[in-house]
Design a protein around this ligand. Sequence first.
Ligand SMILES: [Ca+2]
Ligand SMILES: [Ca+2]
Ligand SMILES: [Ca+2]
Ligand SMILES: [Ca+2]
Length: 325
Amino acid sequence: MTLRTRRRWLVASSLLLCTLLTATSAAATPLPDDDDDDDEFDAVVWISDVEVNEDEGSATFTVFKTGRTKTQVSVDVYTVDGTATANTDYIETSATVTLPRRRNATKTFVVPIVDDAIDEQKETFFAVLSNPVGVAIRKEAGVATIRDNDRAGVVVDVGDGLYVLEGDQPDTFSIRLQSAPAAPVTVAVVTDDAQLSLSPATITVDAKNWTQAHEVVVTAVEDGLDEDDPHFAEIDVELQSADSNYDRMELKPIPVTIGDADALLVSIIGPHAGAPQQTATFEAVVNAGERATSPTTGRPSMPETQWPTAPSRHSSSLRRIPDRT
Ligand SMILES: [Ca+2]
Ligand SMILES: [Ca+2]
Ligand SMILES: [Ca+2]
Ligand SMILES: [Ca+2]
């Protein structure tokens, strides 16, 4: 090798070494991000939680992606029951969500909510991610919480109040539930006043007829007793159901005003004119008789004396007690 040739070889060797060193250095230092590098192993997706009112129509989850990828990615989403039941409290839903290759992206997953009429606690269901393509899952499930908007209750409509006159026309009241019962409700109307007759005595309210007002007829039987006019009674409404919202629900008694139709009849018959003077002792036996009604005022009045030809339940009678002398 000549001297000239030797120098050329040294320069070439130096350039090669320099090139190798440069290449090694380039491998150790990250290049500026060119949007085309392969980040899919760092890219993740996750799904939000959501809370909705029962009458909002739908629950919208958000699926998030972070980390750039070479291509768009996808993940399947489907609903799973918690305390809420599919197709009763919400509509069972599934979808494949695709997200673009850019670093940050979102898509929504919408689940219809059923606005039922049942008084419930807060209920939950889940939106679950599965089958990710080109991306990893960081948070697998989102929780949807449904806030209820129904309230159990009983509406008792007595109009302008219950008034019944003994032996006269009945009065009515109605009972209606404010929310759909989860199980049939047996409604019993009871009173400890034997004078009142209630019909029907029990009503069964269920998911089909709960919106109806159920009428109860109240009648005051003629008892033949002279009582305060008016006098008062109460009707209790008692509930039994497998639905704990309605079972043994406490309700105020319903007051009833009863018009009395009876009056005391007392007749005193003295010695007849012209009869011989004598002393006699009479014992009065007093019964109740029907209260007469004045045609002019409509107010109860009592005739001055009554003396039925034949004694009856509504008559007064006198019998003579023999003298003890
Ligand atoms: Ca519900
Ligand atoms: Ca509702
Ligand atoms: Ca409800
Ligand atoms: Ca009476």
